[in-house]
Design a protein around this ligand. Structure first.
Ligand code: PMP
Length: 353
């Protein structure tokens, strides 16, 4: 740290992203990326857009907003695109949390929430998940704080029902409830339709997972037009050109190519079921996941040892060395071939033990 670093950030503990090895020596199952390339239409439109890089990108993202508002049946003023969904989550902490509106989220969830809270000087509470990693809905009913819930949750892949989300949203009318649907396309139920009923609901989604565009950085939020206007105030006070024009064009292509999107999501769900079954047969505890990853604990094998042994065999998974998570690894669902290689490697390791 330099002696110039602002005191207000001195104790910040930044988020640690999963490893991104330079050489693709690994079967990479550690950061929940898609094993499939982006839609060919997305790539084609991005390349075309790059020819006009001398111009600033459209700060209103009009084409993208038009395509998305049709797809999600929401108004053009009810949607805001951001540089990955991380950016809109940060905007939400900036816009809807303060000393009078502290944040609350589960103790086991997306690791960026406490970082965003600290970055923005927002007080927060982390509510423990149940023994089985489930979210106790009652804990959030009438809590009168700004609520962040990932649904499906990470790193568990567990969901809560739309009915439960509605109870939470309806019982906290003076606070915003943010439902982070980064993984919803792999089997979850989206809360987007509820935005027409509740003015305190913000739903966030991303192109990083189900639309194979993690490297393009594109996310968005859907909520009533007043919430979106607040978030736009933050956007236009930080970076009006937060989406570059190639990403914007790729986003339009990805939204138009519904068949490709649906095929890939279905393939992930099918491979997730296959992998879950295979690992359970080997004695693993595998949490029922609706996301593009599974959370799995090996029999008589510490999470860290399995992570390291798999890495030595060229397979990267994500390990969290915290008390309640350390027996587990979060394993991204890759292609069927990648998951067959994973299962084969695990079989070998279990035999070598
Ligand atoms: N929410 C959750 C629960 C996530 O796991 C991630 C991915 N790390 C994100 C949001 C952010 O993803 P992105 O910024 O790539 O849209």
């Amino acid at each position: 740290m330099s002696r110039y670093f602002s005191e207000k950030y001195a104790s910040l503990v930044p988020y640690v992203p999963g490893e991104q090895p330079k050489k693709m020596r690994y079967i990479k199952l550690n950061t929940n990326e898609s094993p499939f390339p982006p839609s060919p239409l997305a790539v084609e439109l991005a390349a075309k857009a790059a020819e006009n890089f001398q111009l600033y990108s459209d700060p209103e993202c009009r084409e993208l907003v038009g395509a998305a508002s049709e797809l999600f049946s929401v108004g053009k003023d009810e949607i805001l695109f951001t540089n990955g969904s991380d950016e809109i989550l940060n905007f939400a902490f900036m816009a809807f949390c303060d000393g009078n509106h502290p944040a609350v989220f589960p103790d086991i969830t997306y690791g960026f929430y406490p970082v965003f809270a600290d970055l923005n000087g927002v007080p927060y509470e982390a509510i423990p998940l149940g023994e089985d990693f489930s979210i106790h809905v009652e804990d959030y009913v009438g809590i009168h704080k700004t609520i962040f819930i990932a649904n499906p949750n990470a790193p568990t892949g567990l969901t809560i029902s739309l009915r439960d989300i509605e109870r939470i949203v309806a019982s906290n009318p003076d606070n915003v409830v943010v439902i982070d649907e980064a993984y919803v396309d792999f089997g979850g139920e989206s809360a987007v339709p509820l935005i027409h009923k509740y003015d305190n609901l913000l739903v966030t989604q991303t192109f990083s997972k189900s639309r194979s565009m993690a490297g393009a950085r594109l996310g968005f939020g859907i909520g009533c037009k007043e919430l979106i206007a607040d978030l736009n105030a933050i956007k236009y006070s930080t970076n009006p050109y937060n989406i570059n024009s190639a990403t914007m064009a790729a986003g339009v292509g990805a939204l138009k190519d519904t068949a490709y999107f649906q095929k890939n999501c279905a393939a992930i769900a099918e491979t997730r079921a296959w992998t879950t079954d295979q690992l359970r047969r080997l004695g693993f505890r595998v949490i029922d996941s609706k996301a593009n990853f599974i959370f799995a604990a090996a029999p008589n094998y510490s999470g860290q040892a399995l992570y390291l042994d798999l890495k030595a065999k060229g397979i990267l998974v994500r390990h969290f060395e915290t008390p309640r998570l350390k027996d587990f690894n979060r394993i991204t669902i890759g292609s069927r071939e990648q998951m067959e290689a994973l299962v084969a490697a695990i079989k070998e390791l279990l035999q070598e033990q």
